[in-house]
Design a protein around this ligand. Sequence first.
Ligand code: B4P
Length: 190
Amino acid sequence: MATNVIFLGAPGAGKGTQAQILREKYGYYQISTGDLLRENIKRGTPTGKVAESFMKRGELVPDEVIVAMVRDALPADRARPVIFDGFPRTIPQAQALDAMLKEQKHSLPRVVSFCIALREAEERMLVRGREDDAAETIKRRFEVFQEHKREIEGYYDNPSSERFVEIDASQPVEVVTRQLLRALELRAAS
Ligand code: B4P
């Protein structure tokens, strides 16, 4: 049976792109904190109002806002595997996720780290041109990513864990998907 999975990686590494493929072809339920935040901003909710200024500056949105949002988004249906796309990004978020999954009897997730050179991820984002993809904001998002990368990967990548795997996210989309399916022990859908 497919298991829950966390996607870690730099901005622009392609986490959202692969999450969409797993959702559409493999029945995963996708929780993308970036998408949820953008949706909240669009609807003008209290969460969106807090998040907007942080996202515009390329900063992380405060942990308590993110954790509450994910808690609300977690599906009651435990049979459907969940992709946590872009979450957790900090240790408090990781600890909160562990507690949430335990409390709601969801299975422990596998963790996939999308590896890519920052210059390449930057080029992808400049082409994409989302509101927070301006050169200055991208620079800050990379700095923030580097500040947290070691601790968050270290949280999951340790000798007692067999749940952590790295994939080469610099490859074309379909090659990345193949690596991902192998990592998750899934067969390719036709
Ligand atoms: P996110 O929405 O998570 O944005 P991202 O990291 O840029 O996206 P991703 O890696 O998913 O890249 P994508 O597939 O789109 O975060 C945005 C902001 O929200 C953060 O800066 C932060 O402020 C806030 N936030 C989100 N989560 C948070 C949390 N947990 N805590 C605090 N704050 C949080 O791919 C990028 C581009 O590359 C696309 O155009 C795509 O078409 C292209 N692409 C993808 N794969 C490719 C490939 N293999 N080859 C060539 N191009 C590819």
